[in-house]
Design a protein around this ligand. Structure first.
Ligand code: ATP
Ligand code: MG
Length: 208
């Protein structure tokens, strides 16, 4: 059976789709059979990302295209969810996923929203053990990422060691429908693409 990683958040726009697409790419690059399931049909979704470019190096499926038998053959399944899911959906996610990954920005409001969601997940001890925050869109200069990570840890939240830094390469990758690793080097947005990709690979190793 595959490891199922669900990416969700209390707030919208925290980087769920960006992380889901890139993490799936990192698992695939490491030789794992990785599948991305897009449970969000809107504009910023992974399915549309895949259609915008030459195609991503792994399957991106909509829920209605999921064939359970095929999915069982994968090593890892990443589920990208829509922003602001209902409590009931979150409970279901807790049952379906081996790991719930919650991206959070470093601002006070984002940290508050993350803490609120984590309080909900912590109500159930089983789900609690499966839930981890990843600090995302960390300013590459300064210590805001480290500070956010420590704040969350002090409040009892499990937080990934890897800080995913903020780079334009992610935005450009979404526009081109590729992974930041594959943004052409001459492209203006390609600056620091290698660092961006390195963060993702490091995170993927921490998860699986
Ligand atoms: N590490 C990062 N560095 C720079 N920009 C980022 C990073 N992660 C995400 N972004 C940008 O932030 C915006 C929101 O990201 P994304 O669409 O992945 O969020 P989301 O949580 O999936 O949003 P929604 O809740 O609408 O589904 C996008 O423009 C994306 O390119
Ligand atoms: Mg999204």
């Amino acid at each position: 059976m595959p490891q199922v990683i669900a990416v969700t958040s209390e707030k919208g726009g925290v980087g769920k789709s960006t992380l889901s697409v890139h993490l799936t790419g990192a698992f695939q690059e490491r030789g794992l059979s990785a599948v991305l399931v897009d449970e969000d049909g809107r504009v910023g979704s992974a399915v549309r990302w895949a259609r915008r470019g030459p195609g991503l190096p792994f399957p991106v499926l909509e829920p209605e295209d999921v064939k359970p038998k095929k999915l069982r053959e994968a090593d890892v399944v990443i589920i990208d969810t829509e922003g602001r899911p209902k409590r009931k959906e979150l409970r279901l996610l807790g049952e379906r996923a081996d790991l719930i990954l919650v991206p959070s920005g470093v601002s006070m409001l984002e940290l508050e929203a993350t803490a609120e969601l984590m309080n909900f997940f912590h109500e159930d001890p089983q789900t609690r053990r499966r839930t981890r925050v990843v600090v995302n869109r960390v300013p590459p200069i300064g210590k805001a990422g480290e500070a956010a990570r420590e704040d969350l840890r002090e409040s009892g939240v499990t937080v990934c060691n890897t800080l995913v830094r903020s780079y334009a390469a992610y935005v450009r990758a979404a526009e081109l429908g590729v992974l930041c690793r594959d943004v052409p080097t001459r492209d203006q947005g390609a600056e620091r693409a290698a660092q961006a990709w390195a963060d993702i690979v490091t995170l993927s190793r921490e998860l699986l």
